[in-house]
Design a protein. Structure first.
Length: 304
């Protein structure tokens, strides 16, 4: 009986982590506003205010390049080049030592932020969890390497195969971080830790994020009254309520992010929450617009 109950609980949890028509968050093309907001948060937590500016600029250049050439790899290359150039320039102006290192990390961050802000939510979620929970395993801009490994592994759709790819990429990243002095772990320990983190971020990350979107929608239903449907066929979800439901989740995400990224102070959490809440509200709006567009499409005729 206990085994059956456990299986039923697991199945229920997995079902809850599946996308709904109103929470899938997949779009026809990357959303620049959403991308810029995500890049600014990531850049700020990794490299402070300068990182927020440089990574946002690199992401916009990368996504514009992707749009022009129709290739996200071209976009990633452009984002990396822009991030490297801006990081080097900022380091020179500010008199920071190791400009070459600053440029390298800026380039990795630019590639990561460009690839992470994909129109498919799986990539955004994998990259976000890789950066957030992998940050204790790296220093400064090197935190982006773990997000990059996770978002690259997310290219594999099958979760089992994705886990294997993520483990390999995470392990290689861990060794590189240790050898470069970007963490204080031995190469073997760093490889094992980063491999596990990359698997978690690329496989569990998208499911956890989708669970949070679904939970935010359900919370929104309870926080506001539904709007009457125009055709008298019941009631439709309130857009306002769905947006309200994202606020507790934004607060939770930014609290965890600030803690893991070593910036657990009121200003960092407040700035992160403001940006995250705005981005989440915009995501809900985009899903709502997609729902309306799908509903307006003519239905295929019934088979005779």
């Amino acid at each position: 009986m206990k085994i059956q109950t456990f299986r039923a609980t697991v199945k229920k949890a997995l079902d809850y982590s599946k996308p709904r028509p109103s929470t899938h968050s997949n779009y026809e093309k990357p959303q620049l506003l959403q991308a810029a907001s995500s890049a600014s948060i990531a850049g700020f937590y990794m490299m402070g205010p300068v990182g927020a500016v440089t990574q946002t600029a690199a992401t916009i250049v990368g996504l514009k390049t992707q749009e022009k050439f129709g290739s996200k790899w071209a976009g990633a290359a452009a984002g990396a080049a822009t991030g490297a150039a801006l990081a080097a320039a900022a380091g020179t102006v500010m008199g920071l030592p190791g400009v070459a290192v600053q440029a390298t990390l800026g380039g990795i961050g630019g590639a990561f932020c460009t690839l992470r802000t994909n129109q498919v939510s799986r990539f955004r979620d994998a990259g976000g969890y890789g950066l957030t929970f992998g940050s204790p395993l790296a220093e400064g801009g090197a935190k982006a390497t773990l997000g990059l490994a996770s978002v690259l592994a997310a290219e594999v759709q099958h979760e089992g195969k994705r886990a294997l790819v993520a483990a390999g990429m995470g392990a290689a990243t861990g060794v590189a971080l240790s050898m470069a002095g970007m963490n204080h772990l031995t190469p073997l320990v760093s490889a094992a830790a980063c491999a596990g983190l990359s698997v978690f971020a690329s496989v569990a990350g998208p499911r956890i994020a989708m669970t949070m979107r679904n939970a935010a929608e359900d919370m929104g239903k309870k926080m506001s009254k539904p709007e009457p449907a125009g055709e008298g066929e019941g009631k439709e979800k309130s857009l306002t309520g769905r947006i309200l439901g994202t606020l507790p989740m934004a607060g939770l995400r930014q609290g965890v992010t600030a803690f893991t990224m070593g910036k657990f102070d009121p200003i960092s959490i407040g700035v992160g929450f403001a940006i995250d809440a705005s981005t989440s509200a915009y995501e809900v709006y985009l899903n709502h617009k997609q729902e309306q567009a799908d509903a307006s499409k003519p239905k295929p005729p019934d088979n005779p």
